[in-house]
Write a new protein. Structure first.
Length: 469
């Protein structure tokens, strides 16, 4: 049981606890006031007083918990627990239902809960009255959705209109805001509600999309000859995609017809990774998830899950195939969390494709999803991919040379800035030591390559490149 559930369990007055319910039957010890956020949950018992979630050991519904950090909109729910309820068990009716926030009265005594909607699966349940907020013990903040043990509105009842005891007309309010006959045969019951009166501003919405870094596909084929490493010896042309928030993206590499003859066949892979230079320092929680890899129109099978990591604290990367890695790095992460904290990481690898599956293609495309940022890519935003032509390469080289001789050189376009930044960061990362494994001179022997050109290229790369984790 996690901390939130322990907090809720210690302070909860379960099931039919109400404004006039007998104290001897339902009272529990209160917890110490919370110094952090609070955890709300849905206390629910069905019409047969059997299918329930009371945040206790006898629950046969699983519940979600909403962390209350101030004014804002939240959601709680209960769902059938397949390990405790047979598939043919039907939920029906309600004898008790309430949103509970243990310790809410001691932390936010003026907090008001307003129920916005109640849904049984995808069906919205009509609300027959307005809910109010109250407490039985001056510790647990609650709002009754259905409570048959109450026969009057309690003295401490409040709403966004103020204290109900001070209103001229309270006929719109009730401790039964739903009709039990409207709740039947559901798998998940969800309540959305708004919290006000905490004195804390509503949690800030996700930030507008902004520039995180420029991603590209670093790729070297099985013969260590056909490659795209953002260098002068590239004979593949790469596309560059700006990462501007959580969302879907693509990068690719294609044959450069000016450097490769038409009859040259691509085959295999010795190294492949998505790189985002300059992103790691500011966005260390960003996660890249590979969705698909396509060679021309053929999808390449993924044989394992990828992870996201960094070698130098600057370049965020995800390995697609890296034979120089022999273990998952300490900073490896995925949508499941930090891999070192997972019980089982056997599904993850630094080789998520089979080299034999990659052959004879003109364009290799990787589609991926970025998550873990606190802002999303703008919905209307279309991610143009910038293809690096020979002219652009020459322009970039001139700009880089110019910037090295003058610290005041300023890029005139975002595209130029992104490309220069990516190039500079990559160059810096290739000479940085301190990764968990050796560069490509590590304990795995480098396969021999045919031809003097390939051998010379490899020797240079063995010294300059680092592609470990």
């Amino acid at each position: 049981m996690n901390f939130k559930k322990m907090l809720a369990a210690a302070a909860a007055i379960t099931a039919c606890l109400s404004a006039v319910a007998p104290a001897a039957a339902f009272a529990e010890d209160a917890t110490e006031p919370s110094t952090q956020s609070l955890s709300a949950y849905l206390d629910f018992v069905d019409g047969g007083w059997w299918i329930k979630h009371e945040n206790g050991d006898e629950d046969n519904l699983t519940g979600t918990f909403a962390e209350i950090t101030g004014d804002g909109t939240y959601t709680v729910s209960v769902s059938k627990d397949s390990s405790k309820l047979a598939d043919d068990v039907t939920t029906g009716g309600v004898q008790f239902a309430a949103i509970m926030i243990p310790d809410g009265e001691t932390v936010f005594p003026d907090m008001v809960i307003t129920v916005d909607s109640i849904k049984a699966d995808d069906t919205e349940i009509p609300m027959t009255a307005k809910n109010y907020t109250s407490s039985d013990d001056e510790v647990v903040t609650r709002t009754n959705l259905y409570n048959q043990w109450v026969n009057k509105i309690p003295d401490d009842a409040r709403s966004t209109e103020g204290k109900l005891s001070e209103l001229e007309d309270t006929s719109a309010y009730s401790y039964k805001v739903i009709n039990p006959e409207d709740i039947s045969d559901w798998d998940t019951l969800t309540v959305e509600f708004t919290v006000t009166g905490t004195g804390i501003e509503a949690p800030a919405p996700k930030e507008e999309s902004k520039y995180v870094g420029t991603s590209y596909l670093d790729f070297v084929d099985g013969g260590w000859w056909i490659k795209h490493e953002k260098g002068d010896e590239d004979n593949l042309i790469g596309t560059y995609t700006d990462i501007t928030g959580n969302g879907s993206y693509s990068v690719s590499v294609s044959k450069d017809s000016t450097k490769l003859a038409d009859d040259v066949t691509t085959g295999g892979v010795q190294f492949a990774a998505i790189m985002v230079p300059g992103a790691e320092a500011e966005y260390p929680e960003m996660v890249i998830t590979v969705d698909s890899i396509v060679a021309d129109d053929t999808e390449i099978p993924l044989i394992a899950k990828n992870y996201t990591s960094s070698d130098d604290g600057e370049v965020t990367r995800t390995n697609i195939y890296n034979q120089w890695v022999s273990k998952l790095p300490d900073d490896a992460r995925s949508t499941e969390g930090v891999l070192s904290e997972l019980d089982d990481t056997s599904a993850y690898s630094y080789m998520i494709v089979n080299p034999d599956d990659i052959s004879d293609w003109d364009t290799l495309t990787v589609n991926f999803t970025v998550s873990g940022l606190n802002f999303d890519k703008a919905p209307e935003e279309e991610q143009p991919t910038e293809t690096e032509t020979e002219t652009e390469k020459a322009t970039e080289a001139e700009e880089t040379e110019s910037s090295s001789s003058s610290s005041t050189t300023t890029s005139t376009t975002k595209s130029t800035t992104a490309t220069t930044k990516a190039t500079t960061t990559t160059a810096k990362s290739t000479t940085t030591s301190g990764s968990t494994e050796s560069p490509k001179t590590g304990d795995v022997n480098v396969p021999a390559v045919a031809g003097a050109v390939a051998a010379a290229a490899m020797a240079s790369l063995l010294i300059a490149k680092k592609k470990n984790d």
